[in-house]
Design a protein around this ligand. Structure first.
Ligand SMILES: [Zn+2]
Length: 305
């Protein structure tokens, strides 16, 4: 377990493959889903199933696996009454990811997932820092190889605060941003699309402007994530134009329709590979998948390494 393989590959213009979604895969194999934390409690409730999901991605050829800590941010844990489990669940998730890596004979890096899951946008700037800092510290102390500030779906000022907190951590930091198309003016926006017709989309700012803003403070990789496959190629181009560092992409396949992730138009491995080729040809060096993307699609794109 280390970051050196990933670093060498990225430094020599190679392609790194990241895993796909975790929650959907856990759901598929019958893990217990919490009504508020979704797959967040699986590290305690179904550790064997979580291990299996990580191992399936390793067998599919990934170089980096992500901890099941997207939903277990200190703010969301407090919001849903699980504050006393914050340390335990996050540590356990890192342990399980490390165990999956130790069971493999390849060099795989473990990325600690830090998100804006929870009502961050309702908090004052001064209240944000302790929550982000705590999450970063738990994951870093538990021994992750890198941090992904994942699928930032929050106001630009909130994202800037999380970036600021991440600069205090002595680990490589990747930043992933969610985007969606505003169908009224066909503009790509920093935000997210909640359903197929975009009627419940939430937009923050022009995507290019947001990337410029984040790139001025974050020099590590910037990826587009948790966004529709159809907008991903354009998002990759926009990031390339506005960020000098490494770039990447890991989109969604489907939509969240309460209470489950729904595969509305399921994409085939061949089509997903073709999409991924277009991201790579536009400069993406880190490719993977988010919600609804499983090991079959990841295996297809791992041929691009
Ligand atoms: Zn997603």
């Amino acid at each position: 377990m280390s970051y050196s393989y990933v670093k060498n590959k990225l430094d020599s213009n190679g392609v790194i493959v990241l895993d796909g979604g975790i929650g959907g895969e856990l759901e598929k194999i019958g893990a217990i889903m919490d009504k508020d934390l979704w797959c967040g409690k699986c590290s305690a409730d179904n550790p064997d199933k979580l291990l299996k999901v990580h191992e399936n991605y390793i067998n599919a050829g990934v170089d980096v696996i992500t901890t099941n800590t997207y939903a277990t941010t200190p703010i969301s844990m407090k919001e849903y009454g699980y504050e006393n489990l914050t340390n335990e669940l996050n540590k356990k998730s890192v342990e399980i990811a490390k165990q999956a890596v130790n069971n493999s004979d390849r060099e795989i890096a473990v990325a600690g997932s830090v998100s804006t899951s929870g009502s961050w946008d309702k908090l004052e700037q001064s209240q944000l820092k302790p929550g982000f800092t705590k999450h970063l510290k738990i994951l870093s102390d538990a021994g992750v190889d890198l941090i992904i500030l994942e699928a930032m779906t929050a106001k630009n000022s909130t994202v800037e605060t999380i970036i600021e907190c991440s600069l205090q951590i002595n680990l490589p930091i990747w930043l992933s941003i969610s985007c969606a198309l505003n169908k009224n003016d066909e503009k790509l926006m920093h935000g997210y699309q909640e359903n197929i017709d975009n009627s419940k989309a939430k937009f923050y700012d022009d995507f290019a402007k947001s990337i410029q803003q984040f790139s001025s403070v974050h020099k590590g990789p910037i990826l587009v994530a948790h966004s529709d496959i159809k907008v991903t190629k354009n998002a990759v181009k926009t990031i390339k134009e506005n960020h000098k560092g490494i770039i990447g992409a890991y989109p969604n396949n489907g939509y969240f329709e309460k209470p489950k992730w729904k595969l509305v138009e399921n994409i085939s491995p061949t089509d997903y590979l073709n999409e991924a080729k277009s991201w790579v040809s536009n400069g993406a060096q880190i490719i993977g998948g988010c919600c609804g993307v499983g090991p079959d699609l990841i295996k297809a794109i791992s041929s691009l390494k």
